[in-house]
Design a protein around this ligand. Structure first.
Ligand code: AMP
Length: 419
């Protein structure tokens, strides 16, 4: 793996693609700076070894230049985090920026304006009339692709070395996340520390697996997790399918699920997945009881019942105590654990118990030496809510990117460096 660990950056200009896509409030104050903090080890390493840093990132989904998504709001917080001055280029392109880049003094830091202010970054045409024909759309895309190459080449021209530390966008083949890597020789492009850690964590659950391997897949819909579940069926020993997905399986088997969330068009798929798991010798574990509610609300009346005997007018919003034990017994004996998605509607305090039981069991297994990876959206929110991030082996920063990696897809941001 190409990493910056032993690289001597002295006298080199380094373009670092980070994921500074942080949430801002109305006063442009950062409400969660996790993503910025995650990139600090890489930025500091380059600076300490004598490099000059040019930082590129996106923020939000702008359709053009807009104050709302300007990276200028991040200059002061970044200065404080790095403990050194941060210059700002109010455009990532143009003669002024070129001049600023070429006049950067050794060891300085330059933050470029939001790369997505240019449509070239994502390569998605903007301002197409709503009634544009398929041909017009195709032509616009083709024209933009050409401009995108030039855009990537220009960004690459700013630096001697390219470092990608933006795992959150590694599943996108954008100009700064993948295309610009082509303009650097193999020994002049590498992963940052965050990216390195994410790639290593994914390897531990896809390739270098210590057994037994248990994956806990939760969340609301089978349809959004199907590719991951299918890929995992070739890897895991135990597969816990939980959360809202439970009820599609229960209904498929003829159970009574009351008003619980269900995908009626995925009943056959659920049965097929069960069959596939059996064929592959995977221990598929589904809930046996549920914590039910008489409405979708934290303050609903609640009770417990068998998962396939939910009365009319009630819905399952979390797993019950028998299921918690079933899950925990398997998790505690595991040597590799992947957790994606809660066991219930964890946003409601009264329905967090099952997810907490999963988190506790993972923490216990980790303490005994298991490798545990938590990632892909809501399970990260869950583990942070429980203040248990320190008790698992790795919490991924990449939502969609992590999920695509676990689906077995090649991420363009990773492939571009490894080429
Ligand atoms: P996902 O984004 O697919 O990982 O799904 C996470 C969402 O699933 C969370 O917002 C949970 O509230 C929701 N969820 C989990 N269990 C249930 C359930 N039993 N009924 C409805 N929603 C659920």
């Amino acid at each position: 793996m190409k990493t910056l660990c032993n690289y001597d950056f002295s006298g080199k200009k380094v373009f670092v693609r980070v994921d500074f896509n942080v949430p801002l409030d109305e006063g442009f104050k950062i409400t969660d700076d996790t993503r910025m903090r995650a990139a600090l080890p890489t930025l500091k390493k380059i600076l300490v070894s004598g490099g000059t840093v040019i930082i590129g990132s996106h923020l939000g989904r702008p359709k053009g230049t807009t104050d709302k998504y300007s990276l200028k709001h991040l200059v002061k917080p970044l200065t404080d985090m790095l403990g050194c001055p941060v210059k700002f280029a109010d455009d990532c392109m143009g003669k002024n920026t070129e001049a600023t880049v070429s006049n950067l003094s050794k060891g300085s830091v330059l933050l470029l304006e939001n790369l997505r202010f240019y449509a070239e970054e994502e390569g998605k045409p903007r301002d197409l009339p709503e009634n544009a024909s398929e041909e017009e759309k195709k032509a616009a895309k083709k024209a933009l692709k050409e401009k995108q190459k030039e855009f990537a080449k220009k960004l690459a021209s700013y630096a001697d070395i390219y470092v990608n530390d933006a795992f959150g966008t590694a599943h996108r083949a954008h100009a700064s996340t993948a295309l610009m890597a082509e303009f650097f020789d193999a020994d002049k492009k590498m992963f940052g520390y965050l990216m390195e850690n994410e790639v290593k964590a994914v390897k531990r659950v896809l390739d270098d697996i210590a057994r037994p391997f248990t994956a806990i897949m939760g969340g609301s819909k089978v349809s959004s997790k199907i590719e991951i579940i299918e890929n995992l069926l070739d890897k895991v020993d135990n597969l816990i399918i939980t959360g809202g997905m439970t009820y599609t399986f229960t209904k498929a088997e003829g159970g009574k699920i009351g008003n619980s969330i269900v995908e009626n068009d995925k009943l056959t798929l659920a049965l097929a997945l069960k069959k596939k798991a059996k064929e592959k010798g995977v221990n598929l574990i589904l809930a046996v009881d549920a914590k039910i509610a008489d409405s979708f609300s934290n303050d609903a009346k609640t009770g417990f019942c068998d998962v396939d005997k939910i009365p009319d007018g009630w819905e399952g919003l979390d797993v019950g105590p028998k299921t918690e034990k079933l899950y925990a017994d398997v998790i505690k004996e595991s040597k590799t654990i992947l957790w994606n998605g809660p066991t219930g509607v964890f946003e409601f305090e009264n329905f967090t118990h099952g997810s907490r039981a999963v988190a506790d069991a993972i923490a216990e297994a980790t303490k005994k030496g298991a490798f545990s990876l938590v990632g892909g959206g809501d399970s990260v929110a869950c583990i942070n809510k429980f203040k248990m991030a320190e008790l698992v082996s790795y919490v991924s920063t990449g939502g969609g990117a992590l999920l695509e990696a676990i689906e077995g897809k090649v991420l363009p941001g990773i492939a571009a460096i490894e080429k």
